[in-house]
Design a protein around this ligand. Sequence first.
Ligand code: MN
Length: 346
Amino acid sequence: MTVARTSAYRRIATEEAFFTREVMQAYRALLAEPAFDDPGFRRLWGTFLSDRPRTVKLVERLIDLGEQRIADMDASGIDMQVLALTSPGVQAFDAPLARDLAQASNDQLAAAVRKYPDRFAGLAAIAVQDPAAAVKELERGVRTLGLKGAIINSHTRGEYLDDAKFWPILEAAEALGAPIYLHPNTPPRAMIEPFTGRGLDGAVFGFAVETALHMLRIIVSGALDRFPKLQFVLGHLGEGLPYWFFRLDFMHGRMVADKRFAGAQPLARKLSEYFTANITLTTSGMAWQPAIMFAHSVVGAERLMYAMDYPYQYVPEEVLVTDALPLSAADKKRFYQSNAEKVFSL
Ligand code: MN
């Protein structure tokens, strides 16, 4: 089935993945290293880099930044993809390799954007494990390469951005006006074991649990009071968090008032209010009207954007679900086009 593009709005898909051959080879090398101690990575990439026909096709689509991808976008009515190096990007590697591969993949991404400027935009991969280098690469990515923000695939080897050692990255993103897409990663070793026995560690659920926790850690740490203009993008309709707003506000307010935990100090806003000040949600992987409309009702028309999650969830007819959302014409255009143009400075 093919979905036509429309003149009513440009469909900008905002969480779309790619891969470089160099990163793929480095993933294969990690999988071959007996001492590499990340069970989530092994379970995810051990499968995706296997010889199963479905995953071979998936990896081909990830690597293509040309005709195959454009043809798939045309078949699903997508005008533009905002591209990001697929999870966990360079965050699984030792810092020197992570720095090198971040630069190389950002260069390749920028070249693809230059070749197809009306079809592609990109987010910079950064070596979070070396914050000073990550800041430099983010600055190079935005100022020199024309990339539109950073992709951070949740935890970096079990560490979270609420740790102040990472705050130079947040400070730089705020100063550049560059959003951080907080994308899922598999749960780290300290978290994953209860998920694995039933296969629940990946996109089926573990991604959302881990990424939602990460976003909450950032908010509760006060990082968004310290960097009030910083913008995050959170996929999968906010990784479930909008459904929790009432209880998060109630219980966070109470635990802060009771001074129960040194790591949970008073914030400038109610916890849920950061979702209308600093966070924009995307619909990646969640082509389901009731959940989208709920998210729309609690974060508002300005804070919700379309994403497909190509090529992982490449189902062209899912676009018809979002086309049929009961939104006004103005809000539909915000959802597909204007919010992405604003958030990513397209
Ligand atoms: Mn994704």
